[in-house]
Design a protein. Structure first.
Length: 546
C-alpha cells in the first residue's frame, strides 16, 4: 500500500481498477497474477483502526462524520440516513459481518457458471469467513423462528435456502473483523500497485480515428490535490474497471460523460455517450426492527441467524449494548440501531433532522443501564421491487449524488414488511423466546412504547391508529444493502462491459437488479474473484491465438 502522493504524474498498466472495495480487492488480487494492475482507493487502510477491527466498536466508523472517516454519510431523498464506504475493503469494513451466499436461482438468472461461482465463494471463505459463536440471544431467536414455522432448520450453512439457519461471519472467534482487503493477500505483489487516498475524477476516452469510443485512462487526485494520470498500456485486452459501488460507479460514469445527455449538459459535462439508464434502478432493502427489552442480561451480537421466509421477508437479530466514544468517555449505545449512526426510527424519515438526531443521542446518553438490556429483531424485505434513481448534485466526485430509493412504492414491498413484522411478533411471543421477554409487555405495547427510549417508538399521528403499514413507512431504516445504477442489460452486458464503450467494465453491486441472498457482501466478493478469473482466461485465450 502506498499513498497516492507517491504516484508519478503519468503511469501505465494493463488494468486500472477504480475502487478498492468489496469487489475491487478480490478483482485486483486475481488480475495481478499475470498482469499489471493499478488499484485506486479513495479512502485509507482499515488496518490498525480499532473502530473497524473490533466487533464491540460497531457503529463508531458509521458515526464518524469527519472528512477522513472510513464512512461517508448520505441521506436519500426519501429521508433515510445511509452510508457509503470510503476505505480499502469497502463495506466489509463497516457492516455487521453476516456472510451468506446467493440462492441457486439467483446464480442461474445472472448467467454465472456454477462451478466457478462455488470455487470463487470458497476462495473468499478460506481467508475471511468463520462460524459464529451461538450464545443465548441468537439461539433464542433461532429457536423462536423454528417454533413459529420458519422451517426447516438448516443448521450452519452459507447456502441460501428456505427456513432458519446460522450463517457465516467475517468476525473471528476473538471478535476481530476480516475484510475484503485481506483478500489482497492472494495478490502477486509484483503485479499490483495499490494507491490510497486516490480519488478518481474522470475516465478518459479516445474517439478520434476509432469506430467506437474507447476508455484509455483515468485522472485522479491525491490527498494534497495533486493531479495524476494513469493510462492503459497498448493492447486490445487492457481495460479500466469501475468498482466504486452502487453510489460511486454511476456517479463516476456520469462525471466522465456517460449518462443521460440532458442531465450531463445541465452540469456542463461533455457528453461522451448518451446512456439514459445510468443511475436508474436504484434500490435499497428496507429494514424495520423492534427493540425487545430483556429482564436478563444479553450478549453483544451482530447478525448470526436468519429466517428465510416464504413471504418475502428475512428475519435477523442483534443484541446487547455497545460502548461508544463520547465527549465524557465511553457511552452506552444501541450498536447497529443507534441514532448516532442515523438509525433513528422514532420520527418519520423526512423529520430525521440533525436536531432530531441530536435530541435522540442526548436522550440515549441519559438512559439507565437497564434500558440497554435487550436486543432487536429485524425484518428486511427481499428484492426489493420498488426502485428509484441517482442524479449528480455537483461535478465533484467527493460530493454525494442525489439518490431516491422510493421505499414501499410498490404495494408488494409494503406487504412483505407487514408480514415480516407479524413474524417478529410471533417470535417474541414464542416459548423459545420467553426468558428474554417481560410478561407484561405485549408486542403492541412494544410497538407503541411510551417509555423514554430513543428507539422503537411509533411516531405519533393525529387521528390515526397504529397500523403495521404505517409502522413500516414511519420506522423504515436502511440495512445498507442498496444496489443498482449500472444494471446488467441496461448499462453493462452480461460480461459487465459498459454498453457502447470499449475497454470499460463495471463490476460491483451497482450491476444488481436485486440484492443477492439475505446479505450481499459474500456475492460481491465472489463476483470480484469470478470476473477476475474470467478476464484472465479471456486474456490467456487471446494470447494463445496469436
Amino acid at each position: 500500500m502506498k499513498q497516492a502522493t507517491s504516484a508519478p504524474p503519468i503511469s501505465y498498466y494493463d488494468y486500472i481498477i477504480v475502487g478498492g472495495g468489496t469487489a475491487g480487492c478480490p478483482l485486483a488480487a486475481s488480475l495481478s497474477q499475470n498482469s499489471t494492475v493499478l488499484l485506486l482507493e479513495r479512502g485509507g487502510a482499515p488496518y490498525g483502526n480499532p473502530n473497524i477491527t473490533n466487533l464491540s466498536a460497531f457503529g463508531e466508523a458509521l458515526s464518524d462524520l469527519s472528512p477522513t472517516s472510513p464512512s461517508q454519510r448520505f441521506i436519500s431523498e426519501d429521508g433515510v440516513i445511509n452510508a457509503r464506504a470510503r476505505v480499502l475493503g469497502g463495506g466489509s469494513c463497516l457492516n455487521a459481518g453476516f456472510y451468506t451466499r446467493a440462492a441457486t436461482d439467483y446464480v442461474k438468472q445472472a448467467g454465472w457458471e456454477g462451478r466457478l461461482v462455488n470455487e470463487s465463494y470458497q476462495w473468499v471463505e478460506k481467508l475471511v469467513v468463520f462460524e459464529p459463536p451461538m450464545k443465548q440471544w441468537q439461539s433464542a431467536v433461532r429457536d423462536g423462528l423454528i417454533e413459529v414455522g420458519v422451517v426447516p432448520y438448516n443448521g450452519f450453512t452459507y447456502d441460501h435456502i428456505y427456513g432458519t439457519k446460522v450463517g457465516g461471519t467475517i468476525f473471528d472467534a476473538d471478535g476481530h473483523r476480516h475484510t475484503a482487503a485481506d483478500l489482497l493477500e492472494y495478490a502477486n505483489p509484483n503485479g499490483l500497485t495499490l494507491l490510497l487516498h486516490a480519488t478518481v475524477h474522470k475516465i478518459l476516452f479516445r474517439t478520434k480515428g476509432k469506430p467506437r469510443t474507447v476508455a484509455h485512462g483515468v485522472i485522479f487526485r491525491d490527498a494534497s490535490g495533486m493531479e495524476h494520470r494513469a493510462y492503459l498500456k497498448r493492447g486490445s485486452k487492457n481495460e479500466i474497471i469501475i468498482s466504486a459501488g452502487a453510489i460511486g460507479s454511476p456517479q463516476l460514469l456520469m462525471l466522465s460523460g456517460v449518462g443521460p445527455a440532458e442531465h450531463l449538459k445541465a452540469h456542463n459535462i461533455t457528453v461522451v455517450l448518451d446512456q439514459p439508464m445510468v443511475g436508474q434502478g436504484m434500490s435499497d432493502n428496507s429494514m424495520n426492527a423492534i427493540f425487545v427489552p430483556s429482564p436478563i442480561p444479553v450478549e453483544v451480537s451482530l447478525i448470526q441467524v436468519v429466517g428465510i421466509t416464504s413471504i418475502g421477508s428475512y428475519i435477523e437479530a442483534a443484541s446487547g449494548e455497545n460502548f461508544a466514544s463520547g465527549s465524557h468517555g465511553p457511552q452506552r449505545d444501541f450498536g447497529m440501531f443507534s441514532p448516532r449512526i442515523g438509525q433513528l426510527s422514532t420520527v418519520p424519515p423526512k423529520q430525521r433532522t440533525p436536531e432530531a438526531i441530536a435530541k435522540a443521542v442526548e436522550t440515549m446518553s441519559n438512559l439507565v443501564e437497564s434500558a440497554f438490556r435487550g436486543g432487536f429483531i429485524l425484518e428486511k424485505i427481499m428484492g426489493p421491487i420498488s426502485t428509484g434513481h441517482l442524479e449528480l448534485q455537483s461535478r465533484s466526485p467527493n460530493d454525494n449524488p442525489s439518490v431516491t430509493f422510493n421505499y414501499f412504492k410498490e404495494p408488494e414491498d409494503l406487504q412483505r414488511c407487514v408480514e415480516g413484522i407479524r413474524t417478529i411478533e410471533k417470535i417474541i411471543d414464542s416459548k423459545a423466546f420467553s426468558k428474554f421477554r417481560y410478561d407484561n409487555l405485549s408486542v403492541p405495547t412494544l410497538i407503541n412504547m411510551t417509555l423514554n427510549f430513543p428507539v422503537n417508538l411509533f411516531p405519533r399521528h393525529d387521528n390515526a391508529s397504529t397500523s403495521l403499514q404505517q409502522f413500516c413507512k414511519d420506522t423504515v431504516m436502511t440495512i445498507w444493502h442498496y444496489h443498482g445504477g449500472c444494471q446488467v442489460g441496461r448499462v453493462v452486458d452480461h460480461d459487465y462491459k459498459v454498453l457502447g464503450v470499449d475497454a470499460l467494465r463495471v463490476i460491483d453491486g451497482s450491476t444488481f437488479n436485486y440484492s443477492p441472498g439475505t446479505n450481499p457482501q459474500a456475492t460481491i466478493m465472489m463476483l470480484g474473484r469470478y470476473m477476475g478469473v474470467n478476464i484472465l482466461s479471456e486474456r490467456l485465450a487471446s494470447d494463445e491465438s496469436k
